[in-house]
Design a protein around this ligand. Structure first.
Ligand SMILES: [Zn+2]
Length: 325
């Protein structure tokens, strides 16, 4: 039987559950956090909690409303998707229609819910158009936004929504989730060491060759830096096959480097794809230098399309990374 599965993040579930059972007015909600943490699954879980016929504060997965949400065909749960070719939301086509619709009563009993994933793709005009429903909330409608970070959402919206950050889950929860998806405990272990606590990325890692390769490349780059081996560094970078892979390698490297900065500053490091490597980097470079390399990598990632070709990009990345030595 299908059912809603949300691992970890107990605080969020408890808080919402108590709001629902106490029949308090539910404000619009913003869920934020890095990709892979299950924000859109959480949005669906909240929609089901709000409309479950058993009204226990969490979804029963069995009633008519829960089943319709599980199958993606509940008439009062709308998934708003960006209509522009570039994958961005447009105010006239995507936002205004749902704002007007929010003031019309639900079809079924319960609430009308609008889920807007990737709120970082809403420009200021779209966000301002949404502001109306946050300022004068229609009684039966709830908007649920998800975003990779809070900074992409206007302050005027942030001050009117109930926002919470999704966390990485414990190794036990991650293992359970990965094994529920058909992988054995050995695979779960490998995935945990590559993407600690991030179930979405762990599953991508196990299902997709590209992510697996990106992790291996980022680890080889880290080793080459620690061994001060320019040849191995260039060789590792040369294994990147396209810009998408370059982006994913940079993301993994940035996590390793952030972890190294934390180790260098004596803080408890967050787990990353290569803890041992992060430890070694913290031993060869001062925190300030690691931070400055991180900034250059972020910059390169942002303008990744502007490099004439892949080899120019990887040469720049290799030169920057070697500054760690
Ligand atoms: Zn239910």
């Amino acid at each position: 039987m299908d059912c809603f599965k949300i691992y970890g993040n107990e605080y969020v579930k408890d808080k919402l559950s108590s709001m629902i059972t106490k029949d308090r007015m539910i404000p619009s909600i913003l869920i934020y956090g890095e990709s892979g943490l299950g924000k859109s699954e959480m949005a669906k879980y909240i929609a089901a909690s709000l409309n479950c016929e058993k009204r226990t504060g969490s979804p029963c997965s069995q009633c008519r409303s829960c089943r319709m949400i599980l199958h993606g065909n509940h008439p009062d749960v709308t998934y708003v998707v960006p209509s522009s070719k570039a994958g961005l939301y447009r105010v006239r086509e995507d936002i205004r229609p749902i704002v007007s619709d929010a003031y019309i009563s639900p079809n079924e009993s319960g609430r009308k819910i609008y889920i807007i994933n990737d709120a970082q793709k809403l420009n200021a005009e779209c966000q301002n158009a949404l502001l109306k429903v946050f300022e004068e909330p229609p009684g039966e409608s709830v908007f649920i936004l998800t975003a990779d970070n809070k900074q992409s959402v206007l302050e005027t919206i942030l001050s009117r929504v109930f926002s919470f950050e999704m966390s990485r889950v414990s190794p036990e929860d991650a293992k359970k989730a990965v094994m529920n998806n058909g992988f054995d405990s050995q695979k779960a272990q490998e995935a945990q060491s590559a993407f600690p606590g991030n179930i979405g990325k762990q599953l991508d890692f196990l299902r997709g060759e590209d992510v697996f390769d990106s992790v291996q490349i980022a680890r080889s780059i880290t080793d080459a830096v620690c061994q001060k081996n320019e040849y191995e560094l260039l060789k590792a970078y040369s294994q990147i096959t396209d810009r998408e892979m370059a982006q994913s390698v940079i993301d993994i490297l940035l996590e390793i480097l952030s972890s190294a900065v934390e180790i260098a500053s004596g803080a408890k490091p967050c787990l990353c794809a290569y803890n041992e490597g992060a430890g070694k980097i913290s031993g060869i470079a001062p925190a300030s230098r690691i931070v400055s390399v991180c900034e250059t990598l972020i910059d390169a990632k942002e303008k990744i399309q502007s490099y004439a070709n892949l080899s120019v990009l990887t040469a720049v990345l290799a030169a920057e990374t070697s500054k760690l030595q």
